[in-house]
Design a binder for this molecule. Structure first.
Ligand code: DC
Length: 227
C-alpha cells in the first residue's frame, strides 16, 4: 500500500448514506470513488445466476476474479462494475435476490481475502474515496481520513426506500432487512463492522447529504493542514 495517494475511507452500516455522500465528496474533491459493497453484491449476483450456494466458499472464491471494476466517475453509480464482462446496474445490485444472500457471502474469510486484495490494488493507483464496512480497519488501515457514518434505523429505512424507488426496485420489508444485515455484518467473525479507532464518527440522522459532505471535506482540509 502506498502513502502516495490520498485515501478517504467511509465505513458504516447498511443504508447509512455512504454511497451518496462518498460520490458527492469524491466529485467535490476531484477524487475517484468506489463502493466496495458493489463487489460483494456482484459476487452474490454471480452466485444466483450460476446456482452457487451462498455457503460454498471455495466456489465463490473462484468467482471473485470474474468481477471487474472501472472507476469512471460519470457512470450512474460513480464507477462501473462488470461480472464476466457484463455491466451490472443499481437495480440488479440492489435486487432482493442479491441483497438476501450478500451478507452470508461477505462473511467468508476466503472471499474477503480476495476482495481486500482487489480493493487495495484499486486504491494503490488512485486518490480515492472508498466506501464499505472494513475500509478503515482492514483494506486501507493507513487511509489519511477515516469516517464511520451511522444513522438511526428509521433514517436509514427512509433513505433506502427513496434510493430503491429511484432505481426501480420494489419496496419491501426494509426495517427488518436493514436490522438483519446490521446484525450479520456486526457479528461476523472476520472483519466485523466496527469503527476504526482513529475514525471520525458522524451520526447523519438529522443531517442532509450535503451537510455530511461539508463535514467530511472540513476534516480532509484540517488533516491536510496538519501534514
Ligand atoms: O454497502 P452494501 O449494502 O452495498 O453492502 C453489501 C454487503 O456487503 C453488506 O452485507 C456488507 C458487505 N460488505 C462488506 O462486508 N464489506 C465491505 N467492505 C462492503 C460491503
Amino acid at each position: 500500500m502506498s502513502d502516495a495517494h490520498l485515501h478517504i475511507a467511509i465505513d458504516g452500516p447498511a443504508a447509512g448514506g455512504k454511497s451518496t455522500v462518498g460520490r458527492r465528496l469524491a466529485r467535490r474533491l476531484a477524487l475517484r470513488y468506489f463502493d466496495t459493497g458493489a463487489m460483494y453484491r456482484a459476487l452474490a449476483y454471480v452466485a444466483r445466476r450460476d446456482g452457487i450456494a451462498p455457503a460454498d466458499a471455495a466456489s465463490l472464491c473462484e468467482e471473485v476474479r470474474r468481477i471487474r471494476v472501472d472507476l469512471e466517475s460519470d457512470a450512474p453509480l460513480g464507477f462501473r462494475i462488470f461480472a464476466n464482462g457484463a455491466e451490472l446496474d443499481e437495480e440488479t445490485l440492489h435486487s432482493e435476490a442479491v441483497t438476501s444472500i450478500v451478507s452470508e457471502i461477505a462473511a467468508h474469510a476466503g472471499v474477503r481475502e480476495k476482495m481486500v486484495a482487489a480493493q487495495r490494488a484499486i486504491a494503490d493507483k488512485h486518490d480515492i474515496v472508498m466506501a464499505g464496512r472494513d475500509i478503515g480497519t482492514v483494506v486501507l488501515p493507513n487511509a489519511q481520513v477515516k469516517v464511520f457514518l451511522t444513522a438511526s434505523v428509521a433514517a436509514r429505512v427512509e433513505r433506502r426506500r427513496v434510493q430503491l424507488e429511484h432505481a426501480g426496485v420494489r419496496a419491501r420489508q426494509l426495517a427488518r432487512e436493514i436490522e438483519e444485515r446490521d446484525r450479520l455484518d456486526r457479528d461476523r467473525a472476520v472483519a466485523p463492522l466496527v469503527p476504526a479507532s482513529d475514525a471520525y464518527i458522524i451520526d447523519s440522522s438529522a443531517m442532509s447529504a450535503d451537510q455530511v459532505v461539508d463535514a467530511i471535506a472540513d476534516i480532509v482540509e484540517r488533516t491536510a493542514q496538519r501534514r
